[in-house]
Design a protein around this ligand. Structure first.
Ligand SMILES: Cc1ncc(COP(=O)(O)O)c(C=O)c1O
Length: 462
């Protein structure tokens, strides 16, 4: 309850948090000077602190919160599930929410990805996909296929396997000695276009590099992992759909599994329910998490083809796919996910998001010509722009975040990249408001006098 804290308002929670909570993605020494924002409650796209100030959740709380905070329909489903069955282990038991979710997601792929393996966080889904792809090749008589390929600037999570296929130095460097060796190939990031080159041209160049690797190493490669359409955590690097089509063809030609990490880009974020749909392809493994449970409970899953599933069938449990987490397929989380899928249907979310995207793009249009800004870009419900180094200055992301808070915005740039991934609740008025506040925050933070302040690039943390 706002004001219920005996120490009074925000400061008490901040003090107690710093005393006992080790925050993620945070330098705790700096957090003492810039303490975390204590949130008392959420309602729709808004979060409220203990002093009743509101903040628009411009990044959907690390991209999970698709339909706003404390959504009535998701909450009603959860309350019902809570009284029936909050959780039961998924080994030897099953339950309706897991079954229905697997069925409905598979139907969304036209049955191509026929089985669903559950976990909890995104990184665990990536671990599963890596293990499963390697193991299924082994089962098919190819134990030598044990190498993985990932893209430069890709992010797939921070457990050791997921980190090995991640290329974000600030998260990876400290643990590099512990990580398995993988192949990294060119990112198809359209910002790398040379004069006169199109995004599809960059995609073709990136695919050519991948093909060269496959040509020489395919016999040893189990899988390629990609974030389809947008490499989010490294700074919303967007690419052309042509890349995914080329990748699918190359994986087929060279016998390499394709893992689509749709943890950030799935669930309508790029405009279609699955990002891969826009390229007209299906992967062999599709990882989903974040938005699938609407931002209320951790849930992740890996969808795969029935041929992969069949490779593990045997009488002996040791020949199965052995990877389990205690909360795998948690009934509450699956029920929340079903409520999320219901909302997509009931509210015609994908069509309405297209309208929302157009409205916010129009409201942000002045940024396209802003001399402080490079590479204004948008895909579906993701917007991003890079602030030129000579305008950004020192600790740009941190200063932008705090200036945003003063303007009722909860926003966390990645390095010099400002991005928006709002909940699917924007109307035209809110879109105007949001664009206005982003531009006001930019005015407050980006100054030419920042020149010389920050010669080294800022670490990019989401
Ligand atoms: C594409 C992608 N994969 C994997 C992950 C890891 O998910 P989690 O943080 O739930 O472990 C993330 C998280 O940002 C992500 O963006």
């Amino acid at each position: 309850m706002p004001g219920a804290d005996p120490e009074g308002a925000n400061a008490g929670w901040q003090r107690r948090s710093l005393r006992s909570v080790w925050h993620p993605c945070t330098q705790m020494q700096r957090a003492a000077a810039l303490p975390p924002l204590p949130i008392a409650r959420g309602e729709g796209p808004w979060l409220f602190d203990h002093e009743r100030r509101r903040y628009f959740d411009a990044t959907s709380s690390w991209w999970v919160n698709l339909f706003g905070h404390a959504d009535a329909r998701i909450n009603a489903a959860l309350k019902d599930q809570l009284d029936r069955l909050p959780h039961v282990m998924l080994a030897g038991c099953t339950h309706a929410p897991a079954v229905e979710l697997a069925e409905r997601l598979s139907a969304l792929t036209g049955g191509v990805l026929g089985h669903c393996f559950f976990a909890s966080d995104g990184a665990s889904a990536v671990e599963i996909a890596l293990k499963m792809s390697f193991h299924h090749w082994r089962k098919r008589g190819h134990p030598e296929k044990r190498e993985f390929v990932c893209l430069r600037r890709g992010y797939h999570g921070e457990t050791l396997g997921a980190l090995a296929v991640t290329d974000v130095p600030v998260f990876r460097d400290a643990y590099d000695p512990l990580l398995m060796r993988v192949h990294q190939v060119m990112s198809p990031d359209a910002r790398q276009a040379q004069p006169g080159e199109s995004a599809a041209g960059v995609a073709n160049r990136a695919a050519a590099e991948l093909e060269a690797l496959f040509a020489s190493r395919h016999a040893h490669i189990a899988a390629l992992i990609v974030e389809p359409l947008v490499q989010c955590a490294s700074g919303m690097a967007m690419h052309d759909t042509a890349y995914l089509r080329r990748v699918r063809t190359l994986c087929d030609r060279y016998g390499v599994s394709l893992i689509a990490d749709e943890i950030a880009v799935g669930c309508g974020r790029t405009g279609s329910f699955f990002a891969c749909e826009q390229a007209g392809i299906w992967p062999d493994f599709l990882c989903l998490s974040k938005g699938i449970s609407g931002g209320v409970l951790p849930l992740s899953l890996v969808m795969t083809r029935d041929t992969v599933y069949a490779a593990f069938l045997a009488e002996d449990v040791a020949h199965g796919f052995l990877h389990s987490h205690s909360y795998t397929g948690n009934a509450m989380a699956c029920r929340a996910a079903l409520a999320v899928l219901d909302r997509f249907v009931e509210d015609d979310v994908l069509r309405r998001n297209a309208h929302r995207a157009a409205a916010l793009s129009a409201a942000l249009a002045p940024l396209r010509a802003d001399p402080r800004v490079r590479h204004f870009r948008q895909h579906g419900m993701i917007w991003a722009f890079d602030v030129r180094a000579d305008w950004a200055g020192e600790r740009f992301a941190e200063r932008f975040h705090h200036a945003g808070r003063e303007r009722e915005l909860l926003i966390r740039p990645i390095g010099h990249t400002v991005y928006l991934m709002p909940p699917y609740l924007l109307d035209d008025t809110l879109a105007q408001w949001l664009a206005g506040r982003v531009m006001q925050t930019l005015d407050a933070v980006a100054h030419k006098e920042n020149t010389h302040a920050d010669p080294t690039p800022e670490p990019a943390t989401a």
